[in-house]
Design a binder for this molecule. Structure first.
Ligand code: ZN
Length: 374
């Protein structure tokens, strides 16, 4: 018995696609599919108008509601904007990830966590100023208990976070990762110096994630006096570090993104760094707004979709996610391409005009349908 048959949809490249869903998994995918009506519980006919992709994945959000600094609710940053999977980037550490895990289970959106190497996560802005908060035994315990939920580590390496510790917290993070958990990627937040960016990037290994990659700070990848991307940034990009947008309140700059684009450097992954304040007051607002910003810079819609489905699923090793293939989870985003003019603002206050964006209309998580009114 087919639980749900999605008819007359198209991919972002305009190819016709139909999907049969059974027991929360994708049962079959094809251009057209015929089932006996008696074998189908529900049919969803998109009439050839709407697009579908694998469920969107936002690789950097903050959605543990119990925090004071950066908090939100998984479904507010997830399903409500067409995102079927969110990855909380280090809001919690070993001491409070359990509470987050229990709360997140109730969400409609799939939730995973990157474990902050500091034991309480971002309880205060300078969580890495006190090195005694980085405790390997606590991290090991948390991983043993919540191994399905924790899919990587997070270290915020910028001036306001590290106190007088320079690069030491990152060395400790790499050490923990290397000795015990090689398969788990480390996401590093970059920002103002210290530490200087070149030193931070030098410590990372291929597969690690550099979030806020196109921030507009002096310690970023753009050499403003020469109007070009710093040579060392190119080197680390080429050797396999994953560049992630992580838009956030202060970390996405059109000028940097455009200069990088003109030199052939694109972010691998597109994420929002969304939480209640930058969702309600901007400049993030929601996931599709961040996607529209990359489209204005020149990214094609098909590469944008790849950077929010296939790529994050591979980077975070999310089994059964990121692609529309038989046997994978039935996580699907249904959306329209809408044409109309809208002003987009980056974290620096720079404006660009968008003429087109993706409007999610429905999300399916593990076979369950949710309507979206964004
Ligand atoms: Zn963040």
């Amino acid at each position: 018995m087919i639980d749900l048959l999605i008819k007359n949809a198209k991919t972002i490249d305009g190819k016709r696609i139909e999907i049969a869903v059974q027991s929360g998994k994708i049962h079959e995918v094809g251009a057209t599919m015929t089932y006996d009506a008696a074998d189908v519980s529900e049919e969803l006919d998109l009439g050839g108008d709407s697009y579908i992709s694998a469920g969107w994945i936002d690789g950097h959000v903050h959605c543990f509601e119990k925090m004071d600094l950066y908090y939100d609710y998984p479904d507010k940053v997830g399903i409500d904007s067409g995102v079927t999977t969110v990855i909380d980037a280090g809001t919690t550490g070993a001491e409070n990830v359990g509470e987050f895990h229990d709360l997140a289970k109730a969400a409609k959106t799939n939730v995973f966590a990157l474990l902050n190497i500091s034991k309480w996560g971002i309880v205060e802005q300078d969580e890495l100023a006190d090195l005694s908060k980085i405790q390997r035994d606590l991290i090991e315990e948390a991983l043993a208990k919540y191994g399905d939920f924790i899919i990587g580590f997070k270290a915020r390496m910028s001036k306001t976070v590290i106190g007088d510790n320079g690069i030491i917290p990152l060395e400790m993070a790499k050490d923990i990762q290397a000795q015990h958990f090689k398969e788990l990627p480390l996401m590093v937040h970059i920002g103002s110096a210290p530490p200087v960016l070149e030193e931070t990037l030098s410590l990372l290994t291929a597969g690690d994630i550099v979030t806020h990659c196109f921030n507009g700070k002096d310690n970023g990848i753009l050499d403003r006096s020469r109007g070009q991307i710093k040579a060392f940034a190119w080197e680390h990009y080429r050797r396999g570090l994953v560049f992630d947008i992580g838009h956030g309140t202060a970390s996405f700059d059109f000028d940097v993104t455009e200069t990088a684009f003109s030199e052939g450097m694109k972010a691998h992954m597109i994420s929002t760094d969304i939480y209640s304040r930058n969702r309600l007051d901007g400049p993030v607002f929601n996931f599709p707004t961040t996607l529209a910003k990359l489209h204005v810079v020149g990214y094609s819609w098909s590469e944008i979709i790849e950077k929010v489905t296939l790529v994050p699923a591979e980077v975070f090793k999310l089994e059964g996610k990121g692609q529309l293939v038989a046997g994978y989870d039935a996580d699907v985003t249904i959306f329209d391409r809408v044409e109309s003019t809208q002003t987009l603002v980056d974290s620096q206050g720079n404006e660009r005009q968008a003429n087109e964006w993706l409007q999610p209309v429905k999300a399916i998580v593990g076979g369950k349908q949710y309507d979206i009114n964004l």
